[in-house]
Design a protein around this ligand. Sequence first.
Ligand code: C2E
Ligand code: MG
Ligand code: MG
Ligand code: MG
Length: 279
Amino acid sequence: RAKSMGPNQYCFYASDMNIRGHELLALEGDLRRALVQNEFVLHYQPQIDLRNNRVIGTEGLIRWQHPVRGLVSPADFIPLLERSGMIISVGEWVLHQACKAHRDWRAAGFNDIRVSVNVSATQFNDIDLLDKIRYALREEDMPKHALELEITENILMRDPAGATEVLESINGLGVRIAVDDFGTGYSSLAYLKRFPLDALKIDQTFMTDLTDYSGDAAIVEASISLAHKLDMEVTAEGVETNTQLEFLRTHDCDVVQGYYFCRPLPMPELTNVLHEKTK
Ligand code: C2E
Ligand code: MG
Ligand code: MG
Ligand code: MG
């Protein structure tokens, strides 16, 4: 198509593509240095236990402090990390970082708190995943029951038999497993029952319209009751309003996470929040 517009246009399009290619390459180069130069930072978002309104855990969420671009959100670089395989080493860094944070919280007297990290597809399929978890637990002196791995349902459903094996070995370590973004992918309910899962996190897209008469409400209600019947804890993600909170409370949701309570925060700020809301 570009060719039919004449040689100049063709050149324009070709060089345009090169620029984009170069940009991508530059970004990948930047990412390669980011780990060594300590540009990644893990923020933590509190998760509130609705039984007692205390912080039951935090989710570690990665950000990239780029020297020129500023704070880059994970949506803009996780796919690149996935594609290049760099997510494996960055994922290890995240795991260790979360365990170190947990050690700091324990030292400050917060002993009953958990920490979650997100595990991407490439990490989940890494044959060394289990060794890496074991190593992090040992190296960082991390209580295994206080660590939770978040895995999306699509990752699990791609190869349910293989996933069962991986999940069972993680579960065997005593580490918790949560299904992230529940309701956005497709889960076979039969597998949900068979996998050793501790928690289900209802995706934030279902929080937008939470009134008793909406479809979202029906989905959230059904997910909560499904989780409970399968003996799983249930967390609602993306809670932004008091109306949503009250709906979730009424329908027996266990844990909530969202801007209504707190945004993801860097380590020192998060520790301050723990002092306010945990003791
Ligand atoms: P996620 O695991 O589902 O994390 C929840 C996302 O929702 C986070 O976005 C969080 O900041 C955001 N959020 C929390 N509360 C609210 C709210 O009340 N309203 C709204 N609109 N959003 C809220 P974030 O930090 O940008 O992360 C996006 C995604 O990137 C994560 O989704 C996760 O899939 C991925 N991610 C983040 N950190 C890591 C990591 O260390 N490793 C891997 N593999 N993926 C990560
Ligand atoms: Mg998550
Ligand atoms: Mg999620
Ligand atoms: Mg997600």
